[in-house]
Design a protein around this ligand. Structure first.
Ligand code: NAI
Ligand code: NA
Length: 397
């Protein structure tokens, strides 16, 4: 069928298999062009189908020749209805992995559940024996707690007494407006920490370790964000920031629990990028469109794959001790947070209106990246061509 983008608010309801495949091929080509990384050999990626998790899987496989198992939650295709983009991304990744002679298997289901954890453990035991790297890259609005059955929902709200107001942009229309958000209550804060904090990450690592599936010296990495002062009320000092605080402190408790096998847990602080998750946060799209403009002008813009390739080659597997900040975090948001970048973005922020944004911000870049997430507007893809939506993932277990 002919597949076109169907937008509803901040999401796109369709995805294009060929466009997703081309995106994955481009990422693989980028990693290969940067040369071999003396990196991990057997990798579990939790949240492996889109964004930073997909980039981690690609870098492990095509940078270090690693066998990979990917866990994710994606919608399969049905006749006349496309799959979600992560499904097509994974199908494309596995196709290329098989061609390159690399082991790649995938599990589609709720990573927060005991069932999917057990299924993953069994697959590792059967096929890989042990893993030496576990990437934890989930972004989810909800979590059902596996022991209590309680369903937690995360919110993106400020914390404190006063209503927060600032500018935001509707990136579809380019209209800049003022947004006001009422602060979260205690229950909403707890809910967000339960979904996006470190509890599930720790459960995964405990269960892997107890089953003897972590290799000597195994490492695990989860992803976090900090960002500038303008986004602090809705991000780092808001509900999601509380969850990231929890995630970051969980790294220390996991490292403690891995002492006997010489293992370590890290949080890597990554750059702000257009993903399905970040597009839904107020204020962030305006910040990203200004940030992209400034970083592109300075020649230091990166996407997920450039970020993760740099994380592996210059931080995790450079051969030197892994550099961390005073809070123990790996920083690959270093270019985003550079003084010259942030000074420029803050200046543009003050100026941003509907009229000025086309000149001072990179809305076209934002829109293209957003469409690319779903396999649309990808260079070299013929969107007029009849396309099969019923794509299979070869190594789905
Ligand atoms: P994403 O939405 O592209 O990827 C989320 C992944 O989690 C997908 O593979 C999805 O299938 C999987 N997933 C979601 N719920 C699941 C469930 N219940 N069971 C199994 N899999 C599930 O998100 P993105 O942006 O790559 O985020 C990954 C991490 O990176 C998050 O911790 C996020 O906070 C962090 N991060 C994101 C930044 C950004 O600007 N996008 C910046 C810095 C950090
Ligand atoms: Na991800």
């Amino acid at each position: 069928m002919i597949i076109e983008p169907r937008m509803r608010g901040f999401i796109c309801l369709t995805a294009h298999p060929t466009g997703c495949e081309q995106n994955v091929i481009n990422q693989i080509e980028y990693v290969k062009s940067k040369g071999t990384i003396e990196g991990p050999k057997k990798v579990l990626v939790i949240g492996a189908s889109t964004g930073f998790g997909l980039a981690s899987r690609i870098t492990s496989a095509f940078g270090s020749g690693a066998a990979t198992i990917g866990v994710f939650f994606e919608k399969p295709p049905a006749p006349g209805k496309t799959a979600s983009p992560g499904w097509y991304n994974t199908a494309a990744f596995e196709k290329q992995a098989i061609k390159a002679g690399l082991y790649a298997k995938s599990i589609n289901g709720d990573a927060f559940s005991d069932e999917i954890k057990q299924k993953t453990l069994e697959l590792i035991k059967k096929d890989l024996g042990q893993v030496d790297l576990v990437i934890y890259s989930l972004a989810s609005p909800k979590r059902t707690h596996p022991k209590t059955g309680v369903v937690y929902s995360s919110v993106l709200k400020p914390i404190g007494d006063s209503i927060f107001s600032n500018k935001t942009v509707d990136f579809h229309t380019g209209i800049v407006s003022e947004v006001s958000i009422v602060p979260a209550n205690e229950e909403e804060i707890e809910n967000t920490v339960a979904v996006m904090g470190g509890e599930d990450w720790e459960m995964w690592i405990n269960e892997l370790k107890e089953a003897g599936l972590l290799a000597e010296g195994a490492e695990t990495v989860a992803y976090s964000y900090i960002g500038p002062a303008v986004t602090e009320p809705v991000y780092r000092k808001g509900t999601i920031g509380r969850a990231k605080d929890h995630l970051e402190s969980t790294a220390f408790s996991i490292t403690n629990s891995l002492k006997d096998i010489g293992g370590k847990a890290f949080v890597s602080v990554n750059k702000a990028l257009v993903t399905q998750a970040s597009s839904a946060i107020p204020v962030i799209p305006l910040y990203i469109s200004l940030l992209y403009k400034v970083m592109k002008q300075k020649g230091i813009h990166e996407g997920c794959i450039e970020q993760i390739q740099r994380l592996f080659s210059e931080r995790l597997y450079s051969g030197n001790e892994i550099p961390v900040d005073p809070e123990g975090r790996i920083r690959i948001d270093d270019w985003e947070m550079r003084d010259d970048v942030q000074t420029e973005v803050a200046r543009l922020w003050a100026e941003a209106t509907d009229e000025s944004l086309p000149l001072i911000g990179d809305l076209p870049g934002y829109k293209r990246d957003f469409l690319n997430l779903f396999g649309f507007d990808v260079a070299g893809v013929d969107y007029g061509k009849d396309t099969d939506e019923m794509v299979e993932i070869p190594g789905l277990v």
